[in-house]
Design a protein around this ligand. Structure first.
Ligand code: COA
Length: 531
């Protein structure tokens, strides 16, 4: 009775044009991902290879279990900034010796692997993922340290990188550093704060100050090897626990270390699961290009949930928000999905109740966003839309079960908050290429500015310049539109990545499995619900 059917007409022109539009956006996404994979470009990649070294992604591939997937996080970090896409570090979740781990690998082909403000944010995000989900944290180190021209942005807040490493360790989450090259100055505290350190012979260089700095500071003559070489650290200082003969040996040693952790997942194991009854490929043709046109999120759930089985809760009440129970790859979840863009008071109250029910049974929540926010207007204000929205936001904020958010379409206004946007700390947040997020829609925002400007001119007794107003509207609309697109938002780390809709079930399953490393959450306590 709870198996979802589908009304999607795959032979209709709408389906065809939606699918085509999504494929075009995915082609753009591929091109942006390719920039991250290209690292510092052919010149620096070739130089790196000539030095007999492996690239960051090759190191990761050799570290994780053969043919196992790697869920890369924030691959578009720094998109739209002055820094190369990817932010000179690769981060993600991979399985090593059967253990899900967070891996962060510097990309030495991009400005010597130095850390710019986006690298820092991406690295801090990776450490958060490790801490929240109790995943061992493996650093593959080869970095020129702080990006010196932007040091003011990173030096002080970047201290958290080292604090996080020791907090992970204190929380019983092992930290491992495999050092392939430079790890100097502040960077020396990555191995310094890690539980296990492996250094590659004649490659690792770990010192607080290199020979020129030592000469300046104390007048002492020194060289790289005696100050910070792998042999010295393995035999003399004791900072290296293992001396690796080469990069492959270091990666093998890293795997050995993980094997000996005797790691056990603390959460509930997954149950048996069946594939959805409807084709996941059809997820390409569901979201309209014009986000003002609503779509039924049950069509998405039918292609993501195990066996397309969705036990809908309160289906007759607050119908603009769909709530219900399902499982994904054998992990039970509660799903909240926007059906028509706007959230009314009923939807907000239904959401608050549903979130409490999920907390009662410690069931993780999945938010499928396509919302233009809470309803505005006299009748709605008088009926208490603020109170009801606040109720939903209270429930989301204080819910302690893991949340995963997928932004499928619109994510505007406080709807972004109530549906667990980035500021509400979902364990993971991914966007589809069709996503758009801003305080409000571009036309509405430009219109509001225009009304405010007109009123202000009138109050000063001035004539409003209609021509300038039209130009302003056009400019603002274009700016807000550009700032609401997924590459831009992903570049600022407002999500963990832009994914192909067809991968949604796989990504959710992967994340839910990773989340299962941590024990079930403690019950939630809420703030005062304003009734
Ligand atoms: N900040 C900004 N740019 C940096 C940088 C840093 N910390 N480290 C390297 N770069 C840039 C270089 O200027 C160079 O740019 P260019 O090719 O446009 O000239 C590029 O990255 C590659 O550096 P290069 O020195 O050619 O690479 P390498 O592989 O031979 O050496 C390092 C890499 C990291 C060993 C070397 O660049 C270095 O010693 N950097 C400074 C390290 C340091 O003292 N950091 C301070 C930490 S707080």
């Amino acid at each position: 009775m709870t198996i979802l059917g589908s009304r999607l007409d795959t032979s209709s022109p709408e389906y065809g044009s939606r699918r085509e539009a999504m494929l075009a956006k995915l082609a753009e996404l591929d091109a942006e991902h390719a920039k991250a994979v290209a690292g510092g470009g052919p010149k620096y990649v070739e130089r790196h290879r000539e030095r007999g070294k492996l690239l960051a992604r090759e190191r990761i591939e050799l570290l994780i279990d053969p043919d196992s997937p790697f869920l890369e996080l924030s691959p578009l970090a720094a998109w739209g900034s002055d820094f190369p896409v990817g932010a000179s570090v690769v981060t993600g979740i991979g399985v090593i010796e059967g253990v899900e781990c967070v891996i962060a690998a510097n990309d030495p082909t991009v400005r010597g692997g130095s850390s710019n403000p986006w690298t820092m944010r991406k690295t801090l995000r990776a450490a958060d993922v490790a801490l929240q989900n109790r995943l061992p944290f493996v650093n593959l180190v080869e970095s020129g340290g702080a990006d010196l021209p932007t040091q003011k942005e990173i030096f002080i807040p970047g201290g958290r990188i080292f604090r996080d490493l020791t907090r992970l360790s204190a929380a019983g989450i092992p930290t491992i550093a495999l050092v392939f090259g430079n790890s100097t100055a502040g960077g020396a505290y990555v191995p310094g704060m890690s539980d296990y350190v492996v250094m590659v012979k004649e490659q690792a260089k770990v010192f607080l100050g290199g020979p020129p700095l030592v000469k300046m500071a104390t007048g002492e003559e020194s060289d790289d090897e005696s100050l910070g070489g792998a042999e010295m650290h393995a035999r003399t200082s004791g900072l290296a626990d293992y001396l690796a003969a080469d990069e492959h040996d270091a990666l093998r040693t890293g795997r050995r270390i993980i094997r000996r952790l005797n790691w056990r997942k603390a959460g509930r194991p997954a149950l048996a699961s069946a594939a959805p009854r409807h084709d996941q490929d059809e997820l390409l043709g569901i979201v309209p290009e014009d986000l003002k046109i609503p779509f039924d999120p049950r069509e998405v759930i039918a292609r993501v949930a195990d066996g397309s089985d969705f036990d809908e809760f309160k289906p007759l009440y607050g119908a603009s928000l769909v709530t219900g129970w399902a499982s994904v790859h054998g992990h039970p979840v509660g799903i909240l999905a926007n059906a028509r863009g706007v959230l009314f008071g009923e939807e907000a109250q239904k959401a608050a109740q549903f979130i409490q029910l999920a907390n009662q049974t410690r069931t993780p929540l999945v938010f499928l966003q396509n919302t233009t926010g809470y309803m505005v207007g006299k009748d709605y204000e008088q009926a208490g839309i603020i109170k009801h929205g606040a109720m939903m936001i209270n429930a989301v904020s204080n819910s302690t079960v893991p949340h995963i958010t997928i932004v499928m379409g619109a994510s505007y206004g406080a709807g972004n908050y109530g549906m667990c946007g980035r500021a509400y700390d979902p364990r993971f947040l991914f966007s589809w290429p069709s996503a758009k997020s801003a305080v409000m829609g571009p036309a509405q925002l430009a219109g509001v500015l225009s009304i405010v400007g007109r009123a202000s001119a009138e109050s000063r007794g001035q004539v409003y310049d209609e021509e300038a107003d039209a130009a302003m509207r056009q400019m603002v609309e274009a700016q807000i539109e550009a700032e609401s697109l997924p590459f831009f938002l992903s570049g600022r780390l407002y999500d963990d990545g832009v994914i192909d809709p067809r991968d949604t079930r796989t990504v959710l399953g992967f994340c839910l499995s990773a989340i299962g490393n941590a024990p079930a959450a403690e019950p939630a306590g809420y703030g005062v619900f304003r009734m």
